[in-house]
Each structure stands twice: as C-alpha cells, then as structure tokens.
Design a protein around this ligand. Structure first.
Ligand code: ATP
Ligand code: MG
Length: 256
C-alpha cells in the first residue's frame, strides 16, 4: 500500500472488523484548567509504525499520555484493538495491550538491568497475538548488550542502554501497541542506528508502534505514515510515498 487513501480504505475496512490497533477521534484533553488537545484524530493499523511529529509544545507527549489516561479530563474516543477506552483508568488501558515508554524512561537507578526488566507484570490482552510477552531469553537475544549488562545497576548503564532497557521492559508485558516518546533524544548516532534496527525488528514481529520524534532523519525511514501536530491538533497526515512532496510543508512546520 502506497498512498494514504489506500491505507485509509484498509484502515476503514479493518475498523469494521476491529482490526485497527488504535483509533482516536475528536480527542480533547486537559491538564487541570489548561486545555491542551483540541480534537485529535489519528488511526493506526495493526503492525504499522506511525510517527507523530511537531514542534516543542505541540501536544505530542500529551497525546501519548491521554491514550494512557495520564492527563486530566479527556473527551472524545480512543479505541484500542476495537475497545473504547476513554472512560477506563490507566491500569485497564494497559491491559488492552498498550505499553508506554515515557521520555524520562523511568529506569530504577538502584535496581540492576535484569531487576528493571522483571518489574512489570504481564498485561497482554487475552487472545492477543503477543499476549505472552517476551521472555528474558528472547529479550536478551534481541538486545545482546542488555544481556552483557544484566547485573549492572541502572545508574551504571549508558543513556543508550537505559533507552533499550526502557523499551525492552515494556515488551515483557505482552503489550502489542507500543507508544514511544522521543527514544532517540540525546543519543549518539551509533545508538540511534541501533534503535532504528530495533524498531524494524519490532515491526517485523508484528508490533504496532506510535513514535513521537523530534529527530526526523531517524523517523523518516522507519515510519509507514506521519502525523504532524500543532497547538494540540493534527495539521498534516501523509504516507511514506508522499514524504518527498511534503518536505516543503514539513520544512515550514518543523524546520526540517
Ligand atoms: N502537566 C502539565 N500541566 C500543564 N500544562 C502542561 C503539562 N504538561 C504539558 N503541558 C503543556 O501542554 C502543551 C503540550 O505539551 P507536550 O508535552 O504534549 O508537548 P510535546 O509536543 O511533547 O513537546 P516537547 O516534548 O518538545 O515539549 C505545552 O504547552 C505544555 O506546556
Ligand atoms: Mg514531548
């Protein structure tokens, strides 16, 4: 599938059979009195990698947090694997098979790499393809550097190792929809390349990925589709085939 129209048709067909991993419609969200999201519409098919782009403060992190039920009030619709979650508390949303990797990574400094990996419970949605979650052995096969560092304390891991660990940790839960916030941020190019290979491996294994990225060059070759946010709204939405044609618009919107 090359065009957004084809994908949208497929997404719409999938929606009828509950095939989309995520369908957001008219999402509004607040932090206290601050109205941050003003009607976000976003659909992600199963197995797709979708990137959410935007300038600082556009509302990308808030969108991921709203999906997880971690903002204040939310209105609109968020369907995960066909189930409406807008009224659910965070733990039930997680049980729909969603894993959230926040920008701050949340590695416990006093625990070893392996203890960090063992922390989360299994939350995979019943009947979901990846409900079992990855075993430690599978994770170590996919992230050999974490295997080497399994007994190292959280604080002693490099930034790149901590980032790998933060992603690996949610794979253990059985989540099949991964929400990743700026995973490439502040990391050396060689680590960013390793993260890109990791995303491609996850995609090949059937995971669905929503990535918030500032690093357009990292995201561009990985994503199937792109959404651009501004002031709490989606202002552009296109597929890989249109990327070239959209570059002038992206340059204006993001300065890339
Ligand atoms: N806890 C909060 N309380 C009130 N306002 C917030 C809170 N967190 C974020 N905001 C505001 O919401 C808006 C969107 O922020 P958000 O973190 O979603 O942006 P972003 O697109 O992820 O950008 P970046 O990560 O580059 O800052 C910003 O104006 C921000 O100041
Ligand atoms: Mg952010």
């Amino acid at each position: 599938m090359n065009t957004v129209t084809e994908r949208e048709t497929a997404a719409a067909a999938g929606a009828a059979g509950g095939e989309n991993a995520l369908e957001i419609a008219g999402l509004q969200a607040w932090y206290g009195e601050s109205h941050i999201l003003h009607g976000v519409d976003l659909t992600v098919g199963r197995g797709e990698v979708v990137t959410l782009l935007g300038r600082n403060g556009a509302g990308r992190t808030t969108t991921l947090r709203a999906i997880m039920g971690l903002t204040g009030r939310r209105t609109g619709s968020i369907r995960i694997g066909g189930r409406e979650t807008i009224q659910m508390p965070t733990y039930r949303i997680a049980h729909c098979g969603v894993g959230y990797c926040p920008e701050e990574r949340g590695i416990f400094a006093s625990l070893s790499c392996e203890e960090n990996l063992l922390l989360p419970p299994h939350i995979g949605a019943k009947g979901a393809k990846l409900a079992e979650g990855m075993s430690l052995d599978e994770i170590y096969a996919m992230f050999p550097n974490l295997a080497e560092r399994r007994h190292s304390q959280g604080t002693r891991l490099s930034g790149g190792e901590q980032q790998m660990l933060a992603v690996a940790r949610i794979l253990r839960t059985g989540a099949n929809l991964l929400l990743l916030d700026e995973i490439s941020e502040g990391l050396a190019p060689v680590i960013v390349q390793a993260l890109a290979r990791m995303i491609l491996t996850l995609k090949a294994r059937g995971y669905t990925v929503v990535m918030v990225e500032q690093n357009f060059r990292f995201a561009a070759p990985l994503a199937d589709r792109f959404y651009v946010m501004e002031h709490g709204r989606i202002v552009e939405h296109f597929g890989t085939a249109e990327l070239e044609a959209k570059m002038p618009v992206l340059h204006d919107l993001l300065g890339v």
